[in-house]
Design a protein around this ligand. Structure first.
Ligand code: GLN
Length: 208
């Protein structure tokens, strides 16, 4: 079976780690920096990093409209941390000039867990990801404050001071997590996304 071709938006952030995790999870993973490279992938990961920078670079590299168009056409996208912010229709505590892709109908709060706890780890259960709770790493992470009717909450923090916060969501083929599964060696979130891409009809690389 042909491996699904999955791009990692390579403007800024932890691109290499996602490429490695996707490859280990069975994808043909490639960096995406140009519209022509985007044309060639069946799914896209937006990595963690800095959403204000990714927003700016998406315009400079002329990727904003092509990504919005692929999202409208049903391409699966997974955003982690800054990537979650880039997939939110509304951002609190963002910069006035930052702009996301036409993504998940939700409100996220940027840097929500507070500067005192810039980074922390907590268990998260994720619906659709078997094998028990996920050890999640949060780095200046957003949380989700509101979801629209079409959005499924698939993950909440299960313990500690941030218990019950929404940190993973899905709307159709769009998936977002506040945390960084690419840093822990647990491939289950990437495997979930690779399966989603594999199951999406109209994959470019299945067409002759
Ligand atoms: N705080 C960052 C932002 O606003 C996200 C942090 C991360 O991706 N680790 O984009």
């Amino acid at each position: 079976m042909t491996a699904p071709v999955i791009g990692v938006l390579a403007l800024q952030g932890d691109v290499r780690e996602h490429l490695a995790a996707l490859t280990a999870a069975g994808a043909d993973a490639r960096p995406v920096r140009r519209p022509a490279e985007l044309d060639d992938v069946d799914g896209l990961v937006i990595p963690g990093g800095e959403s204000t920078t990714i927003s700016k670079l998406a315009d400079i590299f002329e990727l904003r409209d092509p990504i919005d168009k692929r999202i409208a056409d049903g391409m699966p996208v997974y955003g982690s941390c800054a990537g979650m912010i880039m997939l939110a229709t509304e951002v609190l505590d963002g910069r006035p000039d930052q702009r996301g892709f036409s993504g998940i109908e939700m409100t996220v709060r940027r840097n929500a867990f507070g500067r005192q706890v810039d980074s922390f780890e907590a268990p998260v259960t994720i619906a659709g990801v078997p094998g028990g709770s996920f050890h999640a790493v949060f780095i200046r992470a957003p949380w989700v404050e509101r979801v629209g009717a079409g959005v499924e909450v698939i993950g909440t923090v299960t313990g500690g001071p941030a218990a019950d916060r929404i940190v993973a969501v899905r709307q159709g083929n769009l998936v977002a997590t506040s945390f960084h599964p690419e840093l822990t060696g647990d491939l289950r979130v990437h495997a979930y996304f690779v399966d989603l891409v594999r199951a999406t009809p109209g994959r470019r690389h299945l067409r002759a």
